[in-house]
Ligand binder design. Structure first.
Ligand code: DCB
Length: 340
């Protein structure tokens, strides 16, 4: 009898453990499913179909549910030179493999851009439509550079933004960047230009407008006491890790503390020339800073040009894959995914 009871106990024990092991396994599978599902859900939640029309609340960029949102993505190089890299396959790679929810179209004004060749408008429209079809936000960038004072081509800018903002007045995808990098000018010049262009866009829609600041969009304290008096305005902060360091992060923090809303619509791991090596330690400090402050960021640039800011190796095919990513490209991919 004793023996029988002992065998029974052992049997029950084995059975119980087995059941426990099975239920533990089931739970683990369930957890993994939930985890997988929630990362899929999170992924879905980063795109336009979920977030809708964006707004600026306080210094934050928020979605249609008033949730703070951080956009992360890359910029084209000049469309007049590297426009072929803006194609459906690359946008899908950026969306699905990088988790990018924004793409910037750098439409140069000079250097063979819009001022010299108005036909580039057709490419801009085609590219906007491609980005929209991929459920991402699209920054339409009036890429002034050698023309440091935006008033140099204010009439052309007004025509351009009138055309785009009336065509896309109902699209939550569009973000307007009305002067990439003013330089050698003053905030009062930039401000009066901006007021004229913003008036035109605001007749059509209330989408986010990014305004550049002097010194290649580094003078972010200039608007503190002289702001643009419109809703949904953000100011551009641009940096290149090999040139712009702690002093510019301090300035940016001061601007944020003073209520200036910032959008990093262009940054690179190189020096300010777009070349000169990669500065990944400094770039990492910037990524930490931007994530801490929920700043949206867009990296320069999607091209295979032989320069260290290019995200693709020289000679890469226009439809890139993972093995085409340069050192800059590999770093930027991790930064956008959120792994560094
Ligand atoms: C910005 C511009 C961008 C420029 C990059 C890197 O300029 F918005 O257009 O891109 O930063 O310099 C470079 C390309 C080159 C191209 C060149 C001219 O990478 O391939 O040949 O544009 O089209 C900056 C940013 C910061 C500073 C200076 C410039 N800075 N800049 O702090 O001094 O003079 O172009």
């Amino acid at each position: 009898m004793k023996k029988f009871l002992l065998v029974l106990c052992i049997c029950l024990l084995i059975c119980g453990c087995g059941k426990k092991a099975i239920s533990q396994k089931k739970n683990k599978e369930k957890d993994e499913q939930i985890e997988e599902k929630s990362s899929e859900e999170i992924k879905k939640n980063i795109f336009v179909s979920y977030n809708g029309a964006l707004q600026v609340k306080g210094i934050n960029l928020v979605n249609q549910y008033d949730e703070v949102i951080q956009l992360k993505g890359v910029s084209s190089h000049g469309l007049q030179w590297y426009g072929d890299f803006v194609n459906d396959q690359n946008l899908k790679t950026l969306k699905n493999d990088f988790n990018s929810n924004v793409f910037r179209l750098a439409m140069y004004t000079k250097e063979g851009g819009y001022i010299d060749n108005k036909e580039i408008m057709q490419d801009v429209i085609k590219d906007i439509d491609l980005v929209i079809a991929n459920d991402m936000y699209v920054i339409v960038d009036w890429h002034i550079l050698s023309d440091g004072n935006p008033n140099a081509y204010v009439e052309e800018a007004i025509n351009f933004f009138e055309e785009i903002s009336s065509k896309y007045k109902n699209s939550p995808n569009i973000i307007y960047e009305i002067c990439n990098e003013p330089n050698g000018t003053s905030w009062s010049e930039i401000k009066s230009y901006s007021e004229r262009v913003i008036e035109v866009i605001r007749k059509n829609c209330n989408n986010i407008i990014i305004v550049g600041t002097n010194t290649w969009s580094q003078d972010v304290l200039d608007p503190v006491n002289d702001r643009l008096n419109y809703d949904n305005i953000m100011y551009a902060l641009h940096f290149y890790a090999g040139t712009h360091t702690d002093y510019l992060r301090k300035r940016a923090k001061e601007a944020l503390d003073k209520g200036i809303s910032l959008f990093v619509s262009e940054w690179g791991v190189s020096d300010a020339s777009g070349n000169g090596g990669v500065f990944l330690d400094e770039a990492q400090k910037w990524i930490d800073f931007m994530n801490e402050n929920k700043l949206s960021f867009v990296s320069w640039s999607l091209s295979n040009k032989d320069e260290s800011s290019a995200l693709l190796k020289p000679g890469s095919n226009v439809n890139f894959n993972n093995s085409d990513l340069s050192e800059a490209g590999q770093f930027v991919k991790k930064a956008i995914i959120g792994n560094i």
